[in-house]
Design a protein around this ligand. Structure first.
Ligand SMILES: [Zn+2]
Length: 235
């Protein structure tokens, strides 16, 4: 850039000062808004409104769910619903997540994600566990928020509440499963210590949203701490 060209450019500070001056001029019929309030307002407008859908599991979707559902699972595909919900990503943008739950919980769970979105609670990703071949370990390692998965409870011989579509794991890395020296996923090690609160850790608003639909939080379990886990009565 030549010196001559530079001399004709307005410095950013000059432009900013001019904008503030223009914004502060009283205009007839126009409500005056402080610059800070205007910024807050525009930031709130940038995020799209929450959207959701609840659909039955059709033949194509059933085919895609072969890793997470099979004959002999405690609930049939006809009892499950595919939810698509807007969520606030770690990148600050709005994304569409996909999660499967029991039809009984479809609408209440949409309410939870609406509350989480309105509270700007960040979710790293929300994909069906079938994207991870139904492997809970791989889904957790990917920091995936997930619901239905026809599997046994961790370290047990009984069905997990996930196998009933009655449980959801939220941001597993920031909210690990902790039992003695076991931390799942391994990347959650830094989050065994729950203070200070960091991005993606479940908040009071999220816990309350699940409590409002009658679900309990694994962080309140007595024998283990399953910070990512929310479920309908029964564990
Ligand atoms: Zn869980």
């Amino acid at each position: 850039m030549t010196v001559r060209a530079k001399a004709h450019r307005l410095r950013p500070t000059t432009v900013a000062a001019m904008l503030v001056l223009v914004a502060s001029l009283p205009l007839p019929g126009v409500d005056l808004v402080s610059p800070a309030a205007a910024v807050r307002k525009s930031a709130a407008v940038e995020l799209p409104v929450f959207q959701s859908s609840i659909t039955r599991i059709g033949p194509n979707q059933a085919g895609r769910m072969s890793p997470s559902w099979r004959a002999g699972c405690p609930v049939g595909l006809a009892q499950l619903r595919l939810l698509q919900v807007t969520y606030h990503g770690f990148d600050g943008a709005a994304h569409t997540g996909r999660i499967v739950v029991h039809e009984r919980w479809a609408e209440p769970v949409v309410d939870v994600f609406r509350t989480a979105y309105d509270a700007r609670f960040p979710i790293r990703r929300m994909r069906l566990v079938d994207r991870y071949q139904g492997s809970d370990a791989r889904s957790m390692a990917a920091n995936n928020t997930s619901g239905f998965n026809c599997r046994l409870a961790q370290g047990s011989d009984h069905w997990s509440r996930h196998a009933y579509g009655a449980a959801i794991d939220v941001n597993p890395v920031q909210n690990p499963y902790v039992q003695g020296p076991t931390v799942l996923p391994a990347a959650g090690e830094d989050f065994v210590e729950r203070t200070p609160r960091r991005k993606g850790m479940v908040t009071r608003e999220v816990r309350q949203a699940f409590a409002d639909i009658g679900w309990s939080w694994g962080g309140d379990f007595v024998t283990i701490a399953d910070y990512q886990h929310f479920s309908a009565a029964g564990g």
